[in-house]
Design a binder for this molecule. Structure first.
Ligand SMILES: Cc1cc2nc3c(=O)[nH]c(=O)nc-3n(C[C@H](O)[C@H](O)[C@H](O)COP(=O)(O)OP(=O)(O)OC[C@H]3O[C@@H](n4cnc5c(N)ncnc54)[C@H](O)[C@@H]3O)c2cc1C
Length: 370
């Protein structure tokens, strides 16, 4: 019997595993893929996580992540707003960061099982049984960090799975000299928006979220890009004058920003499994890391026998809601300002004319350094 089983090895799962292993608990982590691999993600991480990462010796400074302090936003027609970012962020690819964290977790003694998919989870008699593609395991505590939406969510019959998940995400790495190394750009197109910012090794991330109706209409990604995404003049230039490094993009669908539960069926959810904020806020990764910190603190109380399961679940739900609920709510509201000609023009004009309002809206989706 393990003290802790972690399902899903993205940032939330890896950081949870590292923190709890450092407290000397036995930890097993299941990841269905094999590191390193590319994920659909803008790869811009809010600086709010830096003190925490440095404290735990997991800041990936050796890869020389980019330092991002400026923001450029364009409407679908190409009207431009430029701002300084209050807190800013850094850029590092998930290919590098997740792989590096996985190696770190393993060195600490986490049993990391790659290429092992969790097929079913059952809670019975105060412990969890985990059925994977290879074996059956048991744990005292189970952390669900399996991301946005997976088959496990369907099997668990979580409420959000019955709601619409209307977005697709597409990601490339590119070489370009059209974007400043210290800027993150967000360009609107009809039904979506595309972010571009630098990661390590003079490479840029170009990642967009598009309403699935665009893909339905044009059937394939290249055609959708030509007919919709590149209608924004900045994106047209970027697509035609940059060097694309992947043979084909990484694509995911079924992206939803519906409300979820931080605890479900005695599983403590972390990262996107507990709630996904819209990518345009650029802080899903920071929130995944922060949720791991909250979870590891209360999990330690339970595993060391100081509190019962019931109390653990209540205090984690409370901590999660008070730290993240307002940010998720603001993210959902701001999402409404993007992806249509009228609202994206409005967002740019609002930002240009009432700069404090734009700063205020941005601050509502961001947290404080922790
Ligand atoms: C288009 C787009 C752009 C984004 N841009 C940014 C950005 O610029 N900045 C930012 O901060 N955030 C961004 N985000 C959000 C960010 O990617 C997520 O918030 C973050 O990845 C959440 O981490 P996680 O660990 O919770 O989930 P994930 O990183 O999704 O990890 C979940 C892991 O679980 C594994 N898994 C799933 N099911 C199973 C199973 N049954 N068994 C075993 N393993 C399983 C998966 O393979 C995966 O590795 C973006 C998201 C999208 C969609």
């Amino acid at each position: 019997m393990f003290d802790v089983a972690v399902v899903g090895g993205g940032l939330a799962g890896l950081v949870n595993a590292i923190l709890l292993k450092k407290k000397n608990y036995s930890v097993v982590l299941f990841e269905e893929k094999e590191y390193p691999f590319h994920r659909v993600c803008g790869e811009y991480i809010s600086n709010e996580v830096i003190p925490f990462l440095k404290f735990h010796d997991i800041f990936p400074g050796e890869f020389e992540p980019s330092t991002i302090s400026r923001f450029r936003l364009s409407s679908t027609s190409g009207k431009l707003l430029e701002m300084k970012l209050d807190l800013g962020g850094f850029g590092i690819s998930r290919y590098v960061f997740d792989h590096w964290l996985a190696q770190h977790a393993r060195t600490l003694g986490v049993q990391l099982h790659e290429k092992e998919r969790v097929n079913a989870i059952r809670y019975q008699g105060n412990s969890h049984t985990i059925e994977t593609s290879k074996n059956v395991y048991e744990s005292r505590l189970l952390i669900g960090s399996f991301g946005k939406k997976t088959r496990l969510d369907n099997d668990l019959k979580r409420k959000f799975v019955s709601k619409k998940a209307p977005y697709v995400g597409v990601k490339y790495h590119i070489k370009t000299d059209l974007v400043d190394a210290d800027s993150i750009e967000l360009h609107n197109f009809s039904g979506g928006y595309c972010g571009i910012s630098k990661v390590e090794n003079s490479t840029y991330n170009l990642c967009y979220l598009s309403h699935r109706d665009n893909l339905r209409k044009f059937k394939e990604v290249p055609l959708m890009e030509r007919e919709v995404v590149q209608q924004n003049p900045f994106l047209k230039k970027l697509f035609s004058e940059s060097e694309f490094l992947f043979e084909k993009p990484v694509v995911i669908n079924e992206i939803s920003f519906e409300k979820k539960e931080p605890v479900f069926n005695h599983i403590l959810m972390s990262g996107d499994s507990a709630g996904m904020i819209t990518p345009l806020c650029g802080n899903g990764m920071a929130m995944a890391i922060h949720s791991s910190k909250l979870l590891a603190e209360v999990a330690d109380e339970f595993l060391s026998g100081k509190v019962e399961r019931d109390e653990l679940e209540k205090s984690y739900s409370k901590a999660w809601n008070s730290t993240f609920s307002a940010r998720h709510w603001a993210g959902r509201k701001i999402q409404g300002l993007f992806g249509s000609p009228a609202s994206s023009e409005f967002a740019v004009v609002l930002g240009k004319t009432f700069r404090p309002v734009a700063n205020y809206l941005m601050s509502k989706t961001h947290g404080e350094p922790f």
